[in-house]
Design a protein around this ligand. Structure first.
Ligand SMILES: Cc1cc2nc3c(=O)[nH]c(=O)nc-3n(C[C@H](O)[C@H](O)[C@H](O)COP(=O)(O)OP(=O)(O)OC[C@H]3O[C@@H](n4cnc5c(N)ncnc54)[C@H](O)[C@@H]3O)c2cc1C
Length: 382
């Protein structure tokens, strides 16, 4: 049983504690699913999570509007990640993929949300391009106004859910100004003529990922989210909500690695006694627990600050993401070490955590980029 004492911290309300309890029981019963066909597994996970109501917090409830609850998003990601990285991915992308529609969409655009919250439509967020990842304001893809629509041309890459999504929120240059101020956001249904999957991308921890090609893909003007030129601000506002949830997923992976290590140390005999009696092993366990608690404090501080009404949590979210993902990598590496040969056995739980954690230090802003963000915030407020 994972340590749940953090749920008594003042960041949480009773509804968060109840969610953690109920979702943990659901995960124990339903996860992991078979990952052999990753597209099928992801579709199944979205459908299961939607059927049982777990996707509801990912987007605005148009019948009962209110802000996204970031603590709920974080607790859900942490819990799912402890059981199955792909389940966390399926949940997270429904939120990231529709974040722009929740925060800035018109009532008509928000009709998508009933389906994404029910697991009946799969969402994706298409920002990165082959020549602009970290340097996102340098994007090249264009959206040109043409009569009552826009014509999109260019490429997006590393798009999670690419190939299985029903809708993509796509960022493209509309040219109101150079750089960040000349970008707009659009809703592009997967069946749009001219949108195709140029390449499927395989990674060390398989998730549905693709490079997308837009060959004069035409969308109605009503697909524009917000105003022309607002796209960069929209993308950053979405990341401001979801960045700390990446830290929460890392926290879930790290907590699982710690749990597995504690069990292993108790069960494994070395030199005539349980491995847990070795003081150097105890030192490793202490370091892991310290990293897990410190990461949890930063993640839930960022989530709570946002939920308390902060307009932006740039500094808090960057700190949470940077610390939780980097330290989870270290915690998991130690777990692999403590498991000896079993730690590197294909499909052993700590081996899969070792592969799952790596990309979290790259996407939604690489660790180095988070340091730049934190330094700017700290120096700017000095
Ligand atoms: C598994 C996965 C899923 C993804 N899902 C999505 C998605 O759904 N939608 C989407 O739009 N994108 C997605 N991405 C793309 C991701 O956001 C980019 O990969 C990331 O922003 C880095 O961009 P890049 O790969 O072009 O690397 P580059 O921008 O070339 O950066 C390479 C490295 O340079 C260093 N670096 C960059 N900037 C700085 C700096 N200012 N100072 C110091 N060092 C720096 C960092 O170490 C960085 O890792 C995903 C990526 C992965 C791996």
């Amino acid at each position: 049983m994972s340590d749940r004492s953090f749920l008594n911290w003042p960041f949480f309300e009773d509804r968060h504690r109840a969610l953690a309890e109920q979702l943990d029981a659901w995960c124990a019963k339903n996860l992991p699913v078979d990952h052999h066909d990753v597209d099928a597994a992801c579709r199944e996970l979205v459908a299961m999570l939607g059927r049982d109501g777990w996707l509801k917090p990912t987007a605005l409830d148009t019948d009962n509007p209110g802000p996204l609850d970031v603590r709920t998003l974080c607790i859900t990601r942490e819990t799912l990640a402890r059981y199955d990285g792909l389940a966390d991915f399926a949940f997270a992308m429904q939120g990231l993929g529709t974040g722009a529609i929740t925060l800035f969409g018109t009532a008509d655009q928000q009709h998508w949300l009933a389906d994404t919250r029910a697991g009946k439509a799969i969402a994706a967020f298409a920002l990165t391009e082959p020549r602009s990842g970290s340097d996102v304001a340098n994007m090249e893809m264009t959206a040109v106004r043409d009569g009552d629509g826009y014509v999109l041309s260019g490429e997006k890459t590393w798009i999670s859910n690419g190939g299985i999504a029903d809708l993509y929120v796509v960022f493209a240059r509309t040219g109101e100004a150079p750089g960040a101020k000349g970008v707009s956001a659009f809703i592009v249904p997967a069946k749009t003529a001219g949108l195709s999957i140029a390449e499927r991308l395989e990674t060390i921890a398989p998730h549905p990922l693709a490079r997308l090609s837009f060959d004069k893909a035409r969308v109605p003007a009503a697909s524009l989210i917000g105003k022309p030129g607002d796209g960069f601000r929209i993308a950053m506002s979405v990341l401001d909500v979801f960045r700390s949830t990446v830290g929460a997923a890392a926290l879930g992976f790290a907590r699982r690695a710690l749990d597995e290590s504690v069990s292993r140390a108790a069960e494994r005999e070395l030199f005539g006694a349980p491995m847990a009696d070795l003081q150097m092993v105890q030192g490793h366990i202490a370091d892991m627990a310290l990293d897990v608690d410190a990461a949890a404090l930063l993640v839930y501080r960022a989530a709570w600050t946002k939920d308390m009404g902060a307009v932006r949590v740039t500094r808090e979210a960057a700190m949470a993401k940077l610390f939780a993902t980097d330290r989870a990598q270290e915690v998991i590496d130690t777990a692999v070490q403590l498991h000896g040969g079993d730690g590197v056995r294909k499909d052993h739980i700590v081996e899969s955590l070792y592969r799952e954690i790596r990309a979290l230090r790259i996407y939604e802003g690489a660790s180095d980029v988070q340091k730049v963000v934190i330094a700017r915030q700290v120096m700017g407020s000095a």
